[in-house]
Ligand binder design. Sequence first.
Ligand SMILES: NC(=O)c1ccc[n+]([C@@H]2O[C@H](COP(=O)([O-])OP(=O)(O)OC[C@H]3O[C@@H](n4cnc5c(N)ncnc54)[C@H](O)[C@@H]3O)[C@@H](O)[C@H]2O)c1
Ligand SMILES: O=C(O)C(=O)C[C@@H](O)[C@H](O)[C@H](O)COP(=O)(O)O
Ligand SMILES: [Zn+2]
Length: 375
Amino acid sequence: MRTIQVKSGSAGYSVFVGRGLLSTLSRRLVNVRGKGPRGVFVLTSPEIWSLWADAFLESFPHQDPPSILFLQPGEEHKRLRTVERLAEQLAEARADRSSLLIAFGGGIVGDVGGFLAAIFMRGIDYVQVPTTLLAQVDSSVGGKTGVNLQAGKNLVGCFHHPLAVFADTELLQTLPSRELRAGLFESVKAGIIRHPKLFGYMERNAGAILARDPKAIEYVVSASIQMKAEVVGIDELENGLRMILNYGHTLGHAIEAATRYRKLLHGEAVAWGMIAATRLGLARQTVTRAQADRIEKLIFEYGPLPSLRLPVDRLLDAATRDKKNRSGVRRVILPSGIGNAVVVEDVTDAELHDVAESMLRTARESSATTDSVKE
Ligand SMILES: NC(=O)c1ccc[n+]([C@@H]2O[C@H](COP(=O)([O-])OP(=O)(O)OC[C@H]3O[C@@H](n4cnc5c(N)ncnc54)[C@H](O)[C@@H]3O)[C@@H](O)[C@H]2O)c1
Ligand SMILES: O=C(O)C(=O)C[C@@H](O)[C@H](O)[C@H](O)COP(=O)(O)O
Ligand SMILES: [Zn+2]
């Protein structure tokens, strides 16, 4: 097992990465919480619970099991009305300020659960037990919580850090392969923006990673978290450095909103967004042709990416609601070589239009469909 520390202005906590953490969870919670298993609530999805309930409950005392709340899968449920329903359920079940919420699921359960914990009775403790690769390498760490609006991705939310994160890589055994690959795009992102060693590792070991070799997966998860923990430690509230974690998300989030969150998984939309941002980097010479080719090659190594048909104007309109834009200044993250990224504030409409169109052309021509990338 590896332990990575997150130390930001408002919180300090451990991220545990390893196999079999789930079956000892209750005992580990006593350490981070300083008390027994009373008042524990679990937020999960029915499909995850049907696969992993036995292992989850193994370490909890039979006479004192946690209460289970369910969230249906899909971005369409990452909404304020869901949070209200869950808060009513917590109140009904007599949760109080000493209760603990466990977000046991992918990024959607984590984002909704974290937000619920942040606002229920003005804030209760929660821990993240991420079950997707994406949630293990990215969303469970750093304290960003929230929900979508029709107008855009994650437009309502707040920062609320977990007490601890338990990333049990054994949970990934049951993850559909499309979901695994979607998560790997966030690790490719981590390599491009700040971890050249991870980038090289992902180039050399795609076969082992995609085959879920335990050592390879553990390296990818730990390296991605290490990178994110460092960035969050330097800039918790995304006023500077943390914006680099949004590489690929300017157009990635716009793709999700413009397709009403129905077509692509988050990681897939970010992958198309990274391709566009890399082409912009090439135009602006923050990357060489050889570096841009290496980046695109690595992204497609973890593909295929489902094809996408979208009018460019709809995409650019959705991008205007990006949270990185402030007081009319558009911010875009470009790769700077491999292992580094820069935030640029002077990208013109014409430049963004050109790379969006170029990316959409490639995305239209992709022969993969959402059905063909399922397994
Ligand atoms: N807060 C952050 O910093 C952050 C970072 C990245 C992404 N996100 C958000 O995360 C969300 C995407 O998360 P995701 O990719 O984990 O998707 P997800 O939460 O939708 O989970 C993917 C699917 O896999 C199923 N599943 C989960 N674990 C499983 C397992 N072990 N075995 C079998 N099936 C399993 C889920 O029920 C779901 O159907 C997006 O909303 C995105 O905006 C947040
Ligand atoms: O943690 C961060 O900071 C990130 O940007 C990580 C992203 O991968 C993630 O998708 C995040 O939810 C995006 O946040 P947002 O503030 O752009 O909504
Ligand atoms: Zn993301």
